[in-house]
Design a protein around this ligand. Sequence first.
Ligand SMILES: *[C@@H]1O[C@H](CO)[C@@H](O)[C@H](O)[C@H]1NC(C)=O
Ligand SMILES: *[C@@H]1O[C@H](CO)[C@@H](O)[C@H](O)[C@H]1NC(C)=O
Ligand SMILES: *[C@@H]1O[C@H](CO)[C@@H](O)[C@H](O)[C@H]1NC(C)=O
Ligand SMILES: *[C@@H]1O[C@H](CO)[C@@H](O)[C@H](O)[C@H]1NC(C)=O
Ligand SMILES: *[C@@H]1O[C@H](CO)[C@@H](O)[C@H](O)[C@H]1NC(C)=O
Length: 273
Amino acid sequence: MEIRPERGPGEMRELRFVLLVLLVSLPCFPASDRQGDALYDMKQKLNATGGQLSDWNQNQVNPCTWNSVICDNNNNVVQVTLAARGFTGVLSPRIGELQYLSVLSLAGNRITGNIPEQFGNLSSLTSLDLEDNLLVGEIPASLGNLSKLNLLILSQNSFNGPIPDSIASISSLTDIRLAYNNLSGQIPGSLFQVARYNFSGNHLNCGPNFPHLCTSSVAYQSGSHSSKIGLILGTVGGVIGLLIVGALFLVCNARRKSHLREVFVDVAGSMPL
Ligand SMILES: *[C@@H]1O[C@H](CO)[C@@H](O)[C@H](O)[C@H]1NC(C)=O
Ligand SMILES: *[C@@H]1O[C@H](CO)[C@@H](O)[C@H](O)[C@H]1NC(C)=O
Ligand SMILES: *[C@@H]1O[C@H](CO)[C@@H](O)[C@H](O)[C@H]1NC(C)=O
Ligand SMILES: *[C@@H]1O[C@H](CO)[C@@H](O)[C@H](O)[C@H]1NC(C)=O
Ligand SMILES: *[C@@H]1O[C@H](CO)[C@@H](O)[C@H](O)[C@H]1NC(C)=O
């Protein structure tokens, strides 16, 4: 004998609702899962030992609670900063799957091997800092696809070969530091238009342009000049910030007062006289 419980219309509606909620929330999870998997692979390829990144746990739903990982409001990984942690391994090609990543720093470790060409897939990247590692090989031409990149720091590694022309075509670059590698060939002319550059300590040929400013830009050398500009910008920004906070405070205060008045009027109005 089988007893099949009949589903009432109310139950069906509930079921449909649950399905709808599942469908709506579904797209959020695989994305962050994939990002967590990519980060976990990065941890393993960096040869992280027991104490390093111990809270980077593969079984977690998303990596946004992990140390040194910052996510946006949609649980997408936007920042990973792991400078001077003593990593000795290599860079995982899967880092290229972090399509929302804006800032990546792994400076001051002992990472070996190449920059994987998949790094060219990091389409949201604005800052890449791999300074002071043991990286080798050519700078991949795919980095020229990082169209939002402002800051590129690859100094103090052992990169060889030429600076790819594709990198010179990144119009958003404001600071490029390739000093103390084993780079050779001619520096692409348009890189001298980047506000800050440092190519010293390589075997690079400066070409016919800007021979006396070849190794590093003036702005780069006079740190005091740019820090003065920074100070001015900082001060202006601070004043504007204060004005905004002040205005918000006034608006909120006014709102609260009028709200209080409304409540008061309401209560008075509801009293039978
Ligand atoms: C990473 O760790 C493994 C096992 O401990 C070791 O064999 C390998 O040489 C290490 N790789 C690097 C680049 O340190
Ligand atoms: C990432 O880049 C590699 C090589 O640069 C390419 O072959 C691959 O299709 C890209 N993957 C994705 C998911 O875009
Ligand atoms: C840059 O990306 C395009 C697609 O967006 C791809 O066709 C091209 O191969 C990439 N360039 C490099 C150097 O990887
Ligand atoms: C630097 O590159 C040149 C070839 O351009 C090579 O002969 C030399 O061995 C490299 N030096 C180091 C320290 O890797
Ligand atoms: C260029 O970079 C090297 C290595 O990071 C640094 O020692 C040097 O001071 C820089 N040059 C200038 C002019 O800033």
